[in-house]
Structures are given as C-alpha cells and as structure tokens.
Design a protein around this ligand. Structure first.
Ligand SMILES: Cc1ncc(C[n+]2csc(CCOP(=O)(O)OP(=O)(O)O)c2C)c(N)n1
Ligand SMILES: [Mg+2]
Length: 539
C-alpha cells in the first residue's frame, strides 16, 4: 500500500481521533490519505499552534498527541511548539514533510534540516529513507514518545517516501537498542525510603509534573493521607493534590507561596517525586537546605542528582513507586509537624484581595473557581495571567492546569485549550490569557469558531506585558518600565465578534459573577475580556 495510507492506518490503529496540522507541498500525499480517514484533521492558523493543540489534546486525553507540518517554513514554525512540549515532557509525535530524497542537501525549495534543528529538544527524531521502515519507525516513535519520561518525537518524511509503496506490517514490540526505561523502582530503594520516613520528624512530599504525567494523583493523595506527610507542588505539579486537602501546603518556587517555601526550608526529609528541580521551582537551586535528607524519585535517571544532592535515588515511574510505597508503608501520623505548619500559616498570611476600580484578576479567578465543575481544565498562558490562575483558581477535585511551565511559551493557552477540549469534550475548558499572548495567537479564534467548541477564552487585558513590567519594577525600581506597553490594543470584543464568537467585556468586579454564570451556560465558544489595572501585581 502507499506509505501515506499506511501512516494513516497506523494512526487510526492507535485511536488517534484528531491530528493538528497545516498542509503544504511536501505533505500533500499524507493529506490525500487523511481526506478519507476517520481521523479528524484540525486546520490551525500557524504550525506552532498545531504543536500546542496536540499538547493540550495529549494532556487532557492522557494519550500521545499528533501534529503535522510541511517542509521548510512549516517545520520551522513548529519548533517553539516542539521545544515547549519537550520541556514539559509531553508525549507527542510530530510529522513533517521533507523535500524529495534526491533533493535533500541541495538547498531545494522549502528545504530545512528539521531533524538537525530539533535534535536538542526532541526525545528522538528520524529522517525516513526507506519506505519499508516507515511503519516500524512510526511504531517506535509512539513508543519512545510515551514511555519512560515522555516527550516529543519527530519524523521527517520526504515526499517520495510518502508516495512509495510498502507492505503494512507492524512489528510485534519495539525493541530499541539502548532504550529500556526503568519503570518499576528498585525494592531496596523503596525500603530505604520507608526507613527514613519512619525516622523523619518533618517529612514533606515535593510533587512535580511527573505525578500528573504518570496519572498518580490518587495514589499520591492516598499515600499522603496514610502517612500524614504534607505536600507541596511545583507549577507543573498543580492538580496532583486537591488544594482543599488537609495535607496540602501550597506551591513552591519563584511564584510560589511563602508558606510552602518556609515549610520546604524547614523539612528534614523531602521526597521529590517527578520533578526536575528547575531553577524556577527551587529559587535558583537554593530551596532545600543542605542538612535536609533528600529522596529523589524520577523516571529519568538524568534528573536525579542533576541539581539537588540526594540520599536515596530511585529511578522509576511515579505510579509504580507510589503504589509500592502505599502498600508497604505503615500508617503514620505527623501531629507535631502539622501543628508547626499550622503555626507557620499564621505567620505567612494568604494573599490579600486589593480593592480595584477595574477587575481584580484574583477575585475573578476565585469567583470562577466557585462556579466551575470539579473536573474543569484550565489552560493558562504565560505572564501575570498564568500566576493569577495558578494561585487563585482552586484546583480541587480533579481539576487540571495545563500551562507551559518549562519554556514559558506565550500563546500556548488558546491552542492547548482547543486541543484539550477536543481530547475531553465533556469537560469545561477555560483558556486564561493575557492581552500579549492572546495577540500572538488570536488567529486561532478562527479555528475555535470553525470547531464551534463550547469553551471560554478569558483574557486579562492590562494593555501591556504585565509580567515584564513587574520584573522591570523589581529589577530597576518603579517607573523605569520600557518596551512593554500596547498603546493600540484593538477592541477585543469586536475581534471575537468578527469571528462570530460571542464576547463579554467585564470592567468591574461587580459584574464578574453574573457574566461568568452566563458564559458558562453557553453552548458555543465564548470570549471574555476582563479590564485590569496595568499596575496590578501577582503578589
Ligand atoms: C514567546 C514569548 N516571548 C516573550 C516572553 C517573555 N514574557 C514572559 S511574560 C510576558 C508578558 C506577557 O504579557 P501578557 O500576555 O499580556 O500577559 P500579562 O503578564 O500581562 O498577564 C513576556 C513578554 C515569553 N514568555 N514568551
Ligand atoms: Mg497583559
């Protein structure tokens, strides 16, 4: 059969319901095969969005996302999306078209060395040279993307390979030399964790995005309940613990809360699970004091000892290890430690809600939190809007938070929201954005309108790059802002309406609740602009 047909057949066999892409000459044969497939192709407005949407789809549906672009500029437009997925360990298969095999290396029309360009931020990549290798490569790509520490895998396919013929044969199991992820976790190491846990007086769990990726939220919650061990999480770990749980302390890191930071500093044993101890989360690697005992659990051995000194390293999948820990650890209590944390809480009061003439974004997100379902998906962009969402929307129940944590890519939220809604249509999806990030990707309002997805796009409009203003204020003193103001922001409601999307503008806190209630009832895409004072901070 034709290789392009074989690719589509393989994708169908993997239960891929949607692929996100943008066509061009080099991928024409693949589009011709997709035309008659049961897979829905979502035409985005820029290739970067295809990668972000595939990421949102992957994260909501807990599967591998697929995006497609043509050779040259199509492929290079994907780069930021691929790097974004790589930094946050999102399983993704990226298919790019390439010029015909004999034309490679000749600076042909729309030729770009995308395997070379993405080598540093793909988990693996391939240039297909032999049609008979297409399906084995595709199978390997899905396997590598989704096993061990997940990540994006790119397959670059020359047009003549798409058009060639090969028999459709799927090998039994991918057997890849040098790639055998350790997942189960060494029993001896698990024993050591339990010994240390029994002796510890101030133990703490530090939960990262690995908890979410490995679907270990329930296990973590049960383990923390059984042992009484409190939990802090990173930005990527939001959703690993319901924020209203007794054992939940808060978010650590640059934008984290002071209590979580103080508790982390004071702990005598920290169990890091599925977190890479990034500079952001560890306040430039200073978060954990030198005399704290550290257990580091991660599926990627390269993360253990990369940044934080450890006493017990455990390589493996968070799910497998938490299961063992839950089964083998006796019930424990941490009464003194919990009392101490309660006391620390009074010294680190929660965020205040400043009065404001315009919308206070913190108030807005708290109201939204009260009105939305227990399994709502919030996709947040980057900037103040992201931190307002992370710190004020209550991630209780099985709510989830999808954001670009590692690369901090503006514009992620809208496309990721579309992908997330397609992956999980039954869930409420709200894309939170700033006016900057929204303008980078507002063309995706076209994709949203076409799909007619009932989701909310919520833009906090402060007419500037608010987070950069906040950073400039901190670094150089107030009043020295530069290069951050949008003096000619368009009328966003009119833009939404131009796409046929209903728009609401909220100018004061008084109308937040009423508008949110109305918007949440809509059965079509809805756009909400909240007018925000440009001087509002995230603190
Ligand atoms: C693609 C990209 N370019 C630049 C930045 C640097 N940056 C981080 S936050 C931010 C401001 C974002 O402004 P806006 O989207 O309006 O959000 P706000 O902070 O105002 O809520 C910028 C420019 C980035 N993270 N991503
Ligand atoms: Mg802004």
């Amino acid at each position: 059969m034709k290789v392009s047909d074989a690719i589509v057949q393989y994708l169908e066999s993997k239960n891929i319901t949607h692929v996100f892409g943008y066509p061009g000459g080099a991928v024409l044969p693949l589009y011709e095969s997709l035309r008659t497939s049961t897979i829905e192709h979502i035409l985005v407005r820029n290739e970067q969005s295809a990668a972000h949407a595939a990421s949102g789809y992957s994260r909501s549906k807990k599967t591998t996302g697929v995006c497609i672009a043509t050779s040259g500029p199509g492929a290079t437009n994907l780069i930021t999306g691929i790097a974004t997925a790589y930094m946050d360990s999102i399983p993704m298969v990226v298919i790019t078209g390439q010029v015909r095999t004999p034309m490679i290396g000749k600076d042909s029309f729309q030729e770009a060395d995308i395997t070379g360009a993405t080598e540093p931020f793909t988990k693996h990549n391939y240039l297909v040279k032999d049609p008979s290798q297409m399906i084995p490569i595709l199978q390997e790509a899905f396997y590598i993307a989704s096993t061990g520490r997940p990540g994006p895998v790119l397959i670059d396919i020359p047009r003549d390979i798409f058009e060639a013929h090969a028999t459709y044969e799927v090998p039994k199991e991918p057997d890849i030399l040098g790639y055998k992820p350790t997942t189960h976790g060494h029993d001896g190491q698990v024993k050591k964790i339990i010994q240390r846990l029994k002796k510890a007086r101030r133990p703490l769990i530090y939960a990262g995005g690995g908890i979410i990726q490995s679907r270990s939220e329930t296990l973590l919650q049960e383990f923390s309940k059984k042992t009484g061990v409190p939990v802090v999480n990173t930005l990527m770990g939001i959703g690993s613990m319901p924020m209203d749980a007794d054992e939940y302390v808060g978010m650590v890191g640059f934008h984290g809360n002071k209590l979580a930071q103080a508790v982390l500093n004071h702990a005598d044993l920290v169990l890091i699970i599925g977190a890479r101890m990034s500079d952001r989360a560890t306040l430039n690697f200073k978060a954990i004091s030198a005399d704290t005992e550290v257990v580091h659990i991660d599926v990627d051995p390269a993360e253990i000892g990369k940044i934080v000194e450890h006493h017990v390293p455990v390589v493996g999948d968070a799910y497998a290890i938490l299961k063992k820990l839950l089964d083998k650890t006796p019930a424990l209590t941490q009464e003194d430690w919990i009392a101490e944390i309660k006391n620390m809480k009074t010294q680190n009061p929660v965020m205040t809600l400043e009065p404001s003439k315009t919308v206070n974004p913190k108030t807005a997100l708290r109201i939204l939190s009260k009105l939305t379902d227990d399994d709502t998906i919030i996709t947040a962009d980057v900037g103040q809007n992201q931190i307002w969402a992370a710190k004020n929307y209550e991630f209780s129940g099985t709510r989830s938070f999808l954001t670009s944590g590692g690369l901090g890519t503006m514009g992620y939220s809208l496309s990721a929201g579309i992908g997330a809604k397609l992956g999980m249509p039954s869930k409420q999806v709200i894309s939170v954005m700033g006016d900057g990030g929204f303008q980078m990707f507002l063309s995706e309002m076209g994709t949203l309108a076409e799909l007619d997805l009932p989701m909310i796009v919520l833009v906090f409009n402060n007419n500037r790059l608010g987070m950069v203003r906040e950073l400039q204020d901190k670094a150089y003193g107030k009043g020295k802002t530069f290069g951050i103001d949008f003096q000619k922001n368009p009328d966003f409601i009119k833009i939404a309406e131009a796409y046929g999307i209903k728009g609401y503008r909220i100018s004061s806190n008084d109308s937040l609740e009423k508008t949110f209630v109305a918007a949440l009832k809509e059965t079509q895409p809805t756009f909400i602009e909240c007018v925000v004072d440009p001087e509002f901070d995230t603190l």
